[in-house]
Design a protein around this ligand. Structure first.
Ligand SMILES: Cc1ncc(COP(=O)(O)O)c(C=O)c1O
Length: 372
C-alpha cells in the first residue's frame, strides 16, 4: 500500500493541523469504521456478539504481535501504558539493594511505576542524565551498570524531544550480562521498525493513542514467554484463570500465557480499532511510514533553523532522532500556531511539534510560513 493511500486514510479537512501526534494522534479511518461496526452490533445484538468480538480481539492481538516482533500469547492488554508498566514493575522480583537504571527525563507513566516498585522493595533507581542536546547514547547507560543491576528500563523514544535510544545495541549487552531489559515503546511503535526478539528485549509496554493512530484507552505489555511464570498478576479476576466459568470452583488453573495479566473484561471497541489501525500500518510498511515521517520532520526542522529558531531535538546523530521537533519559541510563535489551528505541546526546553506520515507538505509549509 502506498504512502498516498495511507494519507487518504486520515482526516482530510483543512481547518486543523495535527502536529501533536506524539501527544494524541487522530485515529485512522479503518479504526473509526471498526468502532462504528461494533457499536452497531452491540446495539443490535448484545450478547449474541460474544464469539465474534472475542475473535476480533484475538486478531488485534495477533496484528500487534507482528508489529512488536513477539508471539500473540506474550501480549496482555491494559487500559494505559501506566497500568502495563505497573504490572511488570510492581511484580518484578526485586530485592533490597538491586539497581534499576533509567533515563532521568522519562515520562511519568514509565518512571513512576519503577520508582514506586524500587521504593517498596528498597531497591535503588539510578537516573541517568542525557547529553546537553538531550540525546540518549547508550554508553551513558552502560557506564552505570554494576553487579547489582537487575533491570534497565527506558523509553525507546524520549517524549520531550524525540531522542531515540539504540535498543538493538543495548539489547546485546543486557542479554550477555543477564540484565532484564524493558522498553516503553509508545513513542516509536508504528513509526520505526521494531523487533523485540531480534533485539533481545525482555518486555515492552506502550499505548494506543500516538503512532498507532487508534483511540486513547489501550495499553499493552509484551513479555517474553521465558519470564511469564516468574511475574505474578498485579490485578486478579475471573480472567486470570483458565476457562473459569463456575465462580464456586476452587480448581481454577492459572493461565500460562500473558493473558493471565488481563483480570477481567476488555475495552473491545478500543482494542479492535487498534487492530484495524495496526493492519493499516502493516500493509503500508513501517519502513515507508518511517521514511515519510522523517522526511516531513526534517523539512520542518530545516525550515525552522533557516528562520533562526534554536532546535533542541537530536538530528542525524547515527539516526538516533525521531519525528519530534522541539524548538525555542519566539515572542509570537504560540499565537502564530494558534492562528492556523495547529496543535503543539510545550515540552522540556521548548515547543514540540510532531508531524506524522499522514501530514501533508502543504501543512508543513503553512506552519513554517506563520512561524517566519
Ligand atoms: C514515553 C511515554 N510513555 C507513556 C505515555 C502514555 O502513558 P499512558 O498510556 O499511561 O497515559 C507517553 C505519552 O504521553 C509517553 O510519552
Amino acid at each position: 500500500m502506498t504512502i498516498a493511500h495511507f494519507k487518504s486514510q486520515f482526516y482530510q479537512g483543512t481547518e486543523r493541523i495535527h502536529f501533536n501526534n506524539g501527544g494524541l494522534a487522530p485515529i485512522s479511518l479503518p479504526a473509526r469504521e471498526r468502532i462504528h461496526y461494533w457499536a452497531d452490533r452491540f446495539y443490535n445484538e448484545g450478547f449474541f456478539t460474544d464469539l465474534d468480538y472475542v475473535e476480533n480481539v484475538k486478531t488485534s492481538r495477533r496484528s500487534l504481535s507482528q508489529l512488536i516482533g513477539c508471539h500473540d500469547f506474550e501480549i496482555a492488554f491494559f487500559q494505559s501504558t501506566a497500568s502495563a508498566v505497573s504490572q511488570l514493575a510492581m511484580q518484578f522480583p526485586l530485592e533490597p539493594e538491586d539497581e534499576v537504571i533509567t533515563w532521568a527525563e522519562e515520562y511519568g507513566s514509565h518512571l513512576y511505576p519503577w520508582q514506586e516498585a524500587c521504593k517498596r522493595k528498597q531497591a535503588n533507581l539510578i537516573l541517568v542524565n542525557s547529553l546537553e542536546n538531550l540525546s540518549t547514547p547508550i554508553n551513558l547507560i552502560i557506564e552505570k551498570i554494576t553487579d547489582k543491576t537487575k533491570v534497565i528500563a527506558l523509553s525507546w523514544v524520549q517524549f520531550l524531544t524525540g531522542a531515540r535510544t539504540d535498543i538493538e545495541a543495548l539489547g546485546k549487552i543486557t542479554s550477555e550480562r543477564g540484565i532484564f531489559f524493558f522498553v516503553d515503546i509508545i513513542q516509536g511503535l508504528g513509526l520505526h521498525p521494531f523487533d523485540m526478539k531480534k533485539w533481545k528485549v525482555d518486555a515492552v509496554a506502550g499505548g494506543s493513542h500516538k503512532w498507532l493512530f487508534s483511540p486513547v484507552g489501550v495499553g499493552y505489555l509484551a513479555i517474553d514467554q521465558k519470564h511469564i511464570s516468574k511475574i505474578k498478576p498485579h490485578n486478579v479476576g475471573s480472567y486470570t484463570f483458565g476457562t473459569c466459568d463456575d465462580p464456586t470452583s476452587l480448581e481454577c488453573i492459572p493461565k500460562l500465557d500473558a493473558l493471565k495479566f488481563e483480570a477481567g473484561s476488555k475495552q473491545v471497541l478500543e482494542i479492535t480499532a487498534l487492530g484495524a489501525s495496526v493492519d493499516l500500518i502493516l500493509k503500508t510498511g513501517v519502513l515507508n511510514i518511517e521514511q515519510e515521517t522523517l522526511r516531513l520532520a526534517s523539512i520542518l526542522r530545516l525550515g525552522l533553523e533557516r528562520n533562526h529558531y534554536q532546535v533542541h531535538s537530536p538530528f542525524k546523530v547515527d539516526h538516533h532522532h525521531s519525528a519530534m521537533v522541539n524548538f525555542i519559541p519566539k515572542a509570537h510563535s504560540i499565537e502564530a500556531l494558534k492562528s492556523i489551528n495547529c496543535n503543539y505541546a510545550i515540552r522540556g526546553p521548548g515547543v514540540r511539534l510532531s508531524p506524522a506520515a499522514f501530514t501533508t507538505d502543504e501543512s508543513i509549509q503553512k506552519v513554517l510560513n506563520v512561524l517566519k
